[in-house]
Design a protein around this ligand. Sequence first.
Ligand code: NAP
Length: 300
Amino acid sequence: MKSTILIAHEYGAPDVLEYTQQTLQPLALGNARIQVKAAGINPIDARRMTGEFKHAALPQTFGTEYAGIIVEVDETQHTWKVGDEVLGSGGAFTHASVIDVPLANLVKKPQNIDWAVAGSLAGAAQTAMTIFDEIGDIQSLLVHGGSGGVGSIVVQLAVEKGIDVVATASSANQAYIKKLGATAVVYGDGLIERLKQIHPTQFDASIDLSGTEEATQAALAMVKTNGFMGTIAGKKVSSTQIRPVWVKRNLANLQHVVTGVSEGRFHWEVSREYPFEQAQSAYSDILSGHTKGKSVLIFN
Ligand SMILES: NC(=O)c1ccc[n+]([C@@H]2O[C@H](COP(=O)([O-])OP(=O)(O)OC[C@H]3O[C@@H](n4cnc5c(N)ncnc54)[C@H](OP(=O)(O)O)[C@@H]3O)[C@@H](O)[C@H]2O)c1
């Protein structure tokens, strides 16, 4: 079977992205072969494309999350079968028409979730759940960048836990943040003063999804002594008090969010869908850093 794969032979702007046809090796034990229907795009894909992160040797492939249909499966197991609709994440190769993935990474796709939502769930969901696993029990949380892929579900998980949550976003996304259940604040000049007005008491914790110096300074000013201050942005921070957080893959965590979306308790915003053939545009847009909810590649 052949797969059309997004690939780059050099680092750079989106025009380094190309498509190549590859004949797949026989399916390995413990794996399923998936015809991809949708695959979320994450900032990390574009940051690997530019060479900001050099995790892999060139040529490199892209994409960590997916949803699709099993077209072949390890027949020594009895959990999954050809035709099952699934979603998951792992690796950096899901921006391709057919992919082989470990069975251990699969979650059943609920029928009432459409492909674009299903294909964009796994990365942000597990990142958001990791954040709460690391923060522990809190009653108040400041989120820097609440309107993006990770922020949108961080805010809703905080609300689910009964946490008093304040989230920053651009003025264009204030109503969206409120719809998700947080108190909304515009980031930019004067942020700390606005936060003090809206939330006169200090926060138990903060999480930075934007990687700005402003977020660092606001965390230092607004979080209690010994409170948790984290960042997932993977950028240099000016204070050692801001702790880096890295996603940990965890199927129970993913299932929690999938079930919540399926039952309508979480809203999952997909603001941009692109045909797989238009990956260059998709990567260009995600580099802008202003994605509302998620961006997704759609496969025919
Ligand atoms: N450490 C990990 O394991 C891990 C996992 C996942 C993601 N990440 C990283 O975490 C970051 C966020 O990921 P994501 O998927 O949520 O990104 P995203 O979907 O691109 O969202 C970014 C959000 O940041 C907001 N933003 C832009 N400039 C801002 C500023 N100056 N101050 C505050 N917020 C600002 C934007 O809001 P507006 O549109 O309203 O401006 C946008 O909604 C990325 O850098 C990504 O690479 C790390």
